[in-house]
Design a binder for this molecule. Structure first.
Ligand code: ZN
Length: 133
């Protein structure tokens, strides 16, 4: 059901600073960078082995990431599991009483189908399910 750690998401104030750091230290450029309007974030992803690390910068003061930064500062925001069939994973979670933030999959960065699961249901960790197109 869960096939890999797809990515780790980190909340940051400045993507430009992160990109400069990765370029200078690791010689790495983002494998993608895009704005996800629905979540009011700009995302840049770097490839590390078979997973990505994704940095999220808010594009509006009412972005969920802006609220996170105000409350807790920069840092790890969520972990994303790669799944083959997001609907069946959501169904299994629902049947087991887990609290879903997204009851239906939505389109996230790179056009993937994603859904978030509430941290209260998963030991304090915000989890994203992510299915390739
Ligand atoms: Zn993510």
């Amino acid at each position: 059901m869960l096939n890999k750690i797809d990515h780790v998401g980190v909340a940051v104030r400045s993507l430009e600073e992160v990109k400069a750091m990765y370029k200078n230290i690791f010689g790495l450029e983002p494998v993608f960078e895009e704005e996800v309007a629905e979540q009011k974030v700009r995302v840049a992803g770097f490839r590390v082995g078979e997973s990505n690390i994704e940095y999220l910068e808010p594009t509006a003061p009412d972005s969920p990431i802006a609220k996170y930064l105000d409350k807790r500062g920069e840092g790890m925001h969520h972990i994303a599991y790669g799944v083959d069939d997001i609907k069946s994973v959501l169904e299994a979670m629902k049947e087991n009483g887990l609290r879903l933030i997204d009851k239906e999959p939505k389109v996230g960065a790179e056009g993937k189908l994603i859904a978030f699961v509430h941290p209260k249901s998963l030991n304090g960790m915000l989890v994203e399910l992510s299915q390739e197109k």
